[in-house]
Design a binder for this molecule. Structure first.
Ligand code: GLU
Length: 484
């Protein structure tokens, strides 16, 4: 579609929320799929609540997700003059007026209305003020806001790309504020002027903005400019079907990044919050998302944020990723844990790849490589209590394991078949179940109750480390903890 220009316009009053990230992603996918432009705008006119740190957080999160922008970031705080000029033009054209009602007066009226059970909207007290009187009050320095002058007997109608036709009677729309008493533009004025100046063709944003759209359309009309296409995205709910919030757990994208989720599965997961691909396949690469995404595929019904599903996407991604792609991430994780050694790098890259391929079958997060897989990367690991209790409780093992170690140590070749037949032959000879030895070997070799296939573990560790660990009897001295 020629001329597609979309934007993501976060307010830097908090970290990038998953809902915001979903909005950014849909805009980005739409722009990339349509050969359009993706513009980043920072809506920072709320001076008190905005902060440069939050802006950095947002930019960092977008970069992490891979949502690169073609223009911007434009800061609203750098465009204040533009908004002032536009407000002045609307005032001179009699499409806006100054309102001198004080906050206290308005609060009292609002309270009275609510006490009598009536909805409140600005009652137009200052609407009737003759222009010269208004100018005179303003010149005297009396505080005022600029309000949009609405019409009373019409209808604002728009065709939302997702929600369909939406109509509002103009009499329900109050004369909303365009410029605050401190001279700062309100969200409505800023957003409309920016979307016009930045030639935005499609406004794709959360459904929480639907009620703002009629006001903004009135403003486009007052400015005699064409209205962009609107597409409002369904809300994201927590598992209890209330709006996703901190009560449901982490909502900041950077928290997920820091917990070890990866950007590709995270985007895949976000994409399905409110959008359905045409096929049944749910795991999609970023290119596939770009290719398949359409506003037609966006649902009206609210989406539910399901952490289990996110973990599923993450583990699926890890399982299917080539080991080489994961190596740098795993290295960073091992470094963080202080178990990275240079020799794990270049000299034994092939070995690392084998271990990564083995471990990636069961991990959910990159950090699991260092925790579940610790025993592969260092000899300094502990046998977890669960493994000890379940698999090392038989007294017979105290004799059997060192003997098994000796048997494995004498093997001339140390492959999957050799290790397996040696263990099974040994079990038969000793008249014990192979499972007893396998489970005990798992505990001693990996420290875990759950691990990859034991013969693969042995081969990956190599003959020497396998034999050393199985013959080491120090585990027998460790008393089980009280109460266990
Ligand atoms: N700054 C607004 C927000 O963070 C975005 C408004 C819009 O997209 O029109 O919700």
């Amino acid at each position: 579609m020629p001329g597609v220009r979309v934007r993501f316009a976060p307010s830097p009053t908090g970290s990038l929320h998953v809902g915001g990230a979903r909005t950014a992603l849909f805009n980005w996918l739409f722009a990339r799929g349509q050969g359009g432009r993706f513009i980043l705008r920072i809506e920072d006119t709320d001076r008190e609540r905005s902060s440069p740190e939050m802006m950095e957080d947002i930019l960092g999160a977008l970069q992490w997700l891979g949502l690169d922008w073609d223009e911007g970031p434009f800061l609203q705080s750098e465009r204040l003059e533009r908004y002032r000029q536009a407000a002045d033009r609307l005032l001179s054209a009699n499409k806006a007026y100054r309102c001198f009602c004080s906050t206290a007066e308005l609060a009292a009226k609002r309270q009275a209305a609510s006490a009598s059970g009536k909805p409140w909207k600005y009652d137009g007290t200052c609407l009737g003020l003759p222009p010269d009187r208004s100018r005179e009050k303003h010149a005297r320095g009396l505080p005022s806001v600029v309000r949009f002058k609405g019409t009373r007997d019409g209808e604002v109608v728009f065709e939302d790309r997702i929600f369909g036709r939406i109509a509002h009677r103009t009499e329900q729309i109050e004369d909303f504020v365009l410029v605050r008493s401190d001279g700062m533009p309100t969200y409505h004025l800023g957003v409309v002027l920016d979307d016009l100046d930045m030639k935005i063709s499609h406004v794709i944003r959360g459904a929480d903005h639907i009620s703002n759209t009629p006001k903004q359309i009135l403003l486009y009309q007052a400015l005699e400019r064409p209205v962009p296409v609107f597409a409002h995205l369904p809300l994201i709910l927590g598992p209890d079907r209330t709006r996703l919030s901190k009560r449901h757990g982490a909502t900041a994208v950077t928290t997920y990044r820091d917990q070890g989720y990866l950007p590709t599965p995270f985007c895949n997961f976000l994409a399905l919050l409110g959008w359905s691909p045409k096929t049944e396949v749910e795991t999609l690469s970023t290119d596939e998302l770009i290719h398949q995404f359409s506003l037609r595929g966006v649902n009206k019904s609210n989406a539910v944020f399901d952490l289990e599903k996110l973990s599923w996407f993450n583990s699926r991604y890890l399982r299917n990723a080539p080991a080489a792609r994961l190596l740098p991430l795993i290295r960073a994780e091992l470094e963080r844990e202080g178990i990275w050694k240079e020799e794990l790098g270049s000299s034994s890259r092939a070995w690392m790849m084998t271990v990564v391929d083995l471990l990636k079958q069961r991990v959910r997060m990159v950090s699991d490589f260092a925790s579940q897989g610790r025993a592969f990367f260092t000899d300094d690991f502990e046998i977890e209590d669960k493994a000890r209790r379940k698999f090392l409780k038989s007294d017979a093992l105290q004799v059997l394991m060192p003997e098994l170690a000796a048997r494995l140590g004498s093997l001339p070749a140390f492959g999957l078949e050799e290790t397996e037949s040696a263990l099974r032959a040994f079990a038969a000879e000793k008249e014990v179940k192979a499972g007893l030895l396998i489970n005990a070997a798992r505990a001693l070799l990996t420290g875990k109750a759950v691990a990859p296939g034991i013969f693969e573990v042995m081969v990956a560790l190599g003959q020497k480390r396998t034999v050393t660990r199985l013959s080491d009897t120090s585990w027998m001295e460790d008393e089980p903890r009280a109460g266990e």
